[in-house]
Write a protein that binds this ligand. Structure first.
Ligand SMILES: Nc1ncnc2c1ncn2[C@@H]1O[C@@H]2COP(=O)(O)O[C@H]2[C@H]1O
Length: 263
């Protein structure tokens, strides 16, 4: 019992020290009051909701076998329900769980901006995000809730023709606790699961059709003629036959796009 109370007090002391240090740093550097207030809100919400600032710091100290047991117990069931991962090897899901980082976004924060290069995908742990667009981002295309994945389209496309760019703006609707999976980590994992690679490549193409620029332009039409995406111009007929010779393997594309992003 004394150990538990001791750990809680140590955690609280660390949180206080970290917040006070950051506040002092912001004051010395004359950071605008608005930003300072958001940083304070982030600290307080993060502490209140999870009683620690960064759980990965804590879990990394554990032996792999224990980290795996904890990750499986807390999150595997959620991952197995995610459509994108259906048909993927369970072991691959566990590998993913071990690489996840947890992050809190404040109400209104942009998680993705349309046109940016996608380097991470997200799974909503708690809260909601909205896919938004139009003038002043006033149009809500869809609200995504706990257990939904987003940011996957630009990760599963190649950088060719800008396929690795975010297809939409996504902002936190209220506080949102997200899991983040890095593109590089996804690549490292997929090397070991060629079947899952194929499944994800196929799903990536389907998602692009279902949620990508063409689908969104249609949705925008329905919502009042405002377009979230600029549709890509069609390939001129004369060039279409050459597209067929361009079937590079999914991992090569993913690696090439990542190498390009990192330059
Ligand atoms: N119509 C939609 N329905 C659900 N999610 C969407 C829709 N359009 C875009 N998104 C998500 O918004 C994300 C923006 O970044 P990405 O293009 O990487 O991936 C995109 C999708 O995950």
């Amino acid at each position: 019992m004394r150990d538990v109370i001791g750990a809680a007090t140590a955690g609280q002391t660390y949180f206080r020290g970290s917040m006070d240090g950051t506040v002092a740093y912001m004051m010395i550097n004359k950071i605008p009051k608005m930003v300072q207030s958001r940083v304070r809100t982030w600290y307080n919400y993060t502490w209140d909701s999870q009683k620690m600032l960064d759980e990965s710091v804590l879990l990394e100290q554990l032996p792999l076998v224990m980290r795996t047991a904890i990750a499986v117990d807390i999150n595997l069931a959620t991952f197995q329900k995610i459509d994108l991962f259906k048909g993927c090897d369970n072991q691959m899901l566990v590998d993913m769980l071990l690489r996840l980082k947890s992050i809190v976004y404040l109400p209104g924060d942009f998680v993705c901006k349309k046109g940016d290069i996608g380097k991470e995908m997200y799974i909503i742990k708690a809260g909601e995000v909205q896919v938004i667009g139009g003038p002043d981002n006033k149009i809500v295309f869809v609200t995504l809730k706990a257990g939904c994945v987003f940011g996957e389209i630009s990760l599963l496309q190649s950088s060719k023709d800008g396929g690795n760019r975010r297809t939409a703006n996504v902002a936190a609707h209220g506080f949102a606790n997200l899991f983040v999976l890095d593109k590089k980590d996804l690549q490292d994992i997929l090397v070991h699961y060629p079947e899952a690679q194929k499944v994800l490549a196929r799903k990536g193409r389907q998602l692009m059709k279902a949620k990508g620029p063409a689908a969104a332009a249609q949705a925008a039409d329905k919502k009042g003629g405002l377009s979230l995406f600029t549709p890509r111009p069609p390939t001129p007929k004369m060039l279409k036959p050459f597209g067929r010779f361009n079937k590079t393997n999914f991992m090569d594309k993913l690696k090439a796009s990542s190498a390009k992003d990192q330059k």
